[in-house]
Design a protein around this ligand. Structure first.
Ligand SMILES: C[S@@+](CC[C@H](N)C(=O)[O-])C[C@H]1O[C@@H](n2cnc3c(N)ncnc32)[C@H](O)[C@@H]1O
Length: 318
């Protein structure tokens, strides 16, 4: 998604070193390898072993074999992995958040509310607990809060009540079972432009994978391993993610982060990023038509400043 825009924002060059924190189906990595030929390197991470198997398959191509380094890892640890793999400092880091279409298309992964499957939703099936554990063990209040916070679902209380009532009869173990409970709790599908279970599934996926915590850790880590002039490109899929990215870039590119009521700067903050995209970049109409899932994608780009770029602004009148 936003493939051309993202790759060109990273300004790949022959011999550059890049990190793709979300390999998925490999579209962005392939484009980065192509644009940084013949010596550019891409360290490709994904928490999902299926994605990493795909990356290893791509390595069979002799022109790529030495330039692609697939590592199964959570992008929260990207700085440590980049150092371990000897590729830091990096010229570019990409995060294309959310889930891959191959994950959505495999009912056994439990991401899709239209296909029967176990209610799992883990990107890394060997870590953490499946979504069904949350659905069957959290209190009604906790469930309502989770669905409200991560799904921004106005009917969160009704849904939580319905889940708790239903699980008293039998545990909720499958995608369709949960989707039916949510649909009934919201009064059916009629008159809705999105499936009634969309927001609840999003909330459970975010909680199951602790996605927002991982994103915050990854963003902080980028500051440690991006070379001066290196670029960070993040594609977010919903407002919760995008807000985190936006605030991170705002804060790290600000001259001063003192609270507004402080008249004279005392923070001594030094900007470590420069904003490259003044406004979020969205897919063009052709991409949205070809791929309706891309409609909510938003790209933001920033560039790492050298650490001594500016004297601190401490003492400046605000
Ligand atoms: C939208 S897809 C990436 C698609 C990819 N850019 C492409 O061109 O095919 C997101 C991928 O990120 C992975 N992912 C999500 N959260 C992750 C995390 N915290 N650490 C590592 N991988 C993660 C998912 O497993 C998924 O494969």
């Amino acid at each position: 998604m936003l493939l051309a825009e993202t790759v060109s924002a990273l300004r790949p060059r022959p011999g550059g070193r890049y990190l793709d924190g979300t390999f998925g189906g490999g579209g962005h990595t392939r484009a980065l390898l192509e644009a940084s030929a013949p010596h550019g390197i891409v360290l490709a991470l994904d928490a999902d072993p299926v994605a990493i198997d795909r990356a290893r398959a791509l390595q069979q191509n002799p022109s790529i074999a030495q330039r692609l380094i697939p590592v199964r890892a959570n992008f929260a640890d990207l700085a440590a992995v980049a150092r371990e793999q000897g590729v830091a400092p990096l010229d570019g880091i990409l995060l294309d958040l959310g889930l891959s279409s191959f994950q959505l298309d495999q009912p056994q992964r439990g991401f899709a509310f239209r296909h029967e499957g176990p209610l799992d939703m883990r990107f890394d099936p060997d870590r953490g607990v499946p979504a069904s554990d949350l659905v069957n063990t959290l209190s009604e209040r906790e469930l309502a809060d989770l669905i409200w916070r991560y799904g921004e679902e106005p009917g969160s209380r009704r849904i939580a009540r319905a889940i708790v009532r239903e699980r008293e009869r039998a545990p909720i173990e499958t995608t369709i079972h949960l989707a039916e409970i949510v649909t009934a709790a919201l009064g059916g599908r009629r008159g809705r432009d999105i499936h009634p279970a969309t927001r609840t599934f999003q909330a459970l996926r975010i909680a199951t994978n602790q996605e927002l915590t991982a994103l915050e850790a990854a963003l902080t880590g980028t500051l440690d391993v991006l070379a001066p002039g290196g670029r960070l490109a993040v594609i977010a899929f919903h407002s919760l993610e995008d807000r985190i990215v936006k605030r991170f870039i705002e804060r790290e590119s600000a001259q001063c982060v003192c609270p507004p009521e402080v008249p004279v700067c005392v923070c001594g903050h030094r900007p470590r990023l420069q904003k490259i995209t003044r406004r979020p970049v969205r897919p063009d109409a052709a991409e949205m038509d070809a791929n309706p899932r891309s409609r909510s994608a938003v790209l933001r780009v920033a560039e790492r400043l050298p650490d001594d770029v500016d004297e601190p602004t401490q003492g400046a009148i605000r």
